[in-house]
Design a protein around this ligand. Sequence first.
Ligand SMILES: Cc1ncc(COP(=O)(O)OP(=O)(O)O)c(N)n1
Ligand SMILES: Cc1nc(C(=O)O)sc1CCOP(=O)(O)O
Ligand SMILES: [Mg+2]
Length: 662
Amino acid sequence: MLIIITPPHTQPNEERIVNRLFESGLHLLHLRKPDADQDTLEHYIQAIRPCFRERVVLHDHFKLVEEYGLRGIHLKYNEARMFTERERFEHVSVSCHSFEEIDALPFEPNYVFLSPIFDSISKQEYPSAFNPEFLKENLQKRQVPVIALGGITGEKVTECRRLGFRGVALLGHAWEEPLETVARFTGILPDEVLSIAGFDQSSGAGVTADIKTFESCRVYGLGISSAITFQNQNTYLGTKWLTPEDIIRQCDVLFREFNPAYVKIGLIESFNTLEKIVKYLRATLPKVKIIWDPILKASAGFQFHDGENFEQLQDILRHIYLITPNTNELKTLFGNHPNTANLQALARTLHLNILWKGGHNDGALATDRLITPDNTYSFSVARAKHGKHGTGCVLSSAIASYLTLGYPLPDACRQGQHYVAGFIRSNDTNLGMHNRMENTTPEVDLYHVPLQYITDHKEGVSIPEQVEAVCKGGCRWVQLRMKEADREEIIRTGCVVKEICRRHGALFLVNDNVDIALELDADGVHLGKEDMNPLEARRILGYSKIIGGTCNTFEDVVDRFRQQVDYIGLGPFTYTTTKKRLSPILGLEGYQKIMDACRKEGIHLPVHAIGGIRENDIQPILNTGVTGIALSSLLKNNKDMARKTKDIIEQLKIKELPPPSG
Ligand SMILES: Cc1ncc(COP(=O)(O)OP(=O)(O)O)c(N)n1
Ligand SMILES: Cc1nc(C(=O)O)sc1CCOP(=O)(O)O
Ligand SMILES: [Mg+2]
């Protein structure tokens, strides 16, 4: 883990540098401003791009963690001793100054900082407190990941890794020349992760696919070949196995320079070989965590581990951290049909985590289940129409990468699933590309899609017919809103509406329901105050989807802005029968007030006015500074919906839209 701690006093352009650090692959920033009040800290956080906020750990003002969807909190040792809210935060790290302090912590933190390891750069009076032999011996004995802090420079990073630190935290070295901060960060080799797997000439699967995944997750990829396979993405001809000794020889030379915290094992000849490799790894790298992706069958056919002793496997699994089988693999590995209860019993007995992959099951959603000895989690994405060669390899490698970067296991699995979804979507062939898109905000610039059509029931005109008409008229944003319909009907209609939207290049959003948006693989979801919290929706949908939020007051706008929405539906403008239980009417005055307050507070988001809007209202509404309008009845009630849409779009074009800023 390569962590950067912010300087105590904010540097010129610091927020901009921080965004550049994230873009360059920084995965953990400790935001530490001991003298800053909550407002100052909040402004700092607001300047961090929403998609990077989940990489921020706070040292103070912990309330902001939940409000902004940050990673978690960091405590001083004395604070940690009294701390009783471990369950409230997914991430809690602690500063310690001795191994005795680490051992005395009353809870298990995600990691600890141990300092000062070297003479401090930022605090001259703070000399090193440890000698290398003592560190090495003690670090080996501790299970909790220990991060070196104090006097860390680029050259010291390798030394820290050799001593057995799980990572380093940079402060003085990173900030003594702020113009060089990004270069100093990128100058350091990221953490390494190792794949032991077969060589596939097409590189869709196997060790080369794993290394592509590692690199694009911004960890350094190491590879060891367990076999040369003879295959391409469609055909599997055979395997030339390397002996366990050959594999161990490759490891030996690699481990002279590297000490990976996670090793992923893929294709392996037999359980005997697996056992030998696992034992060797545990003996050579005592703290290594092993992820095994049990490949029992190649996607192009070909069976592995036929006739092996599955009893023997149980013993091996006790030394493995995570396995990632699909349903068929679980059946083969453990005999009976898998269910969460029997898998959890197994997880408890073997001290094993199991990711039960659902990618090959039926249904619109691909749901992966993570079963740990203490908990179960499930993560879903829309099932892709076409599969890809090597998705299992890519998933387990992405999870290994995110674990290496410091994500807790459930988050690493969820991130891994989003990674694979992006990999599958990357093209229409059987071979995916790894240039990830899911950590970007939507490609469409919402400021320039000023009309949103909200569907509603219309006697004699089905919802697909309505959508076809408004799209013909030039509308490029549709929200499927079917308040009276059940889930099945929404899904059935949604499939048709999505196709129409795709054909016209229009955005397709779903009202209210994140699950349905996921299942339909919609472009996003619109959430009101009574719907899911947008931060939770973001965790589920990732950053490639649009999340809109309803607001009625400036306070609502501030909340939604914190919760990372991509746009706001602000209303109602006036009375409307389309929505029941309307919030107080805003009128032009209300819009003006809220939009002025947004400008004053530096809140820049696309805002769609909504609720009872008639044609004559459009220009005055736009003059208040809103960037678009959302309409239902005005379009729906017209006999010629396409014509009306075209007219409205002409009117929206007259208005010079403000450029996106912020
Ligand atoms: C663009 C837009 N703005 C506001 C709403 C209203 O959402 P919500 O408050 O959740 O009410 P319902 O639509 O669910 O009745 C919206 N749908 N779209
Ligand atoms: C869906 C919705 N939300 C509103 C809000 O104020 O949050 S008003 C509204 C109805 C919009 O339809 P029409 O254009 O027919 O009034
Ligand atoms: Mg709603």
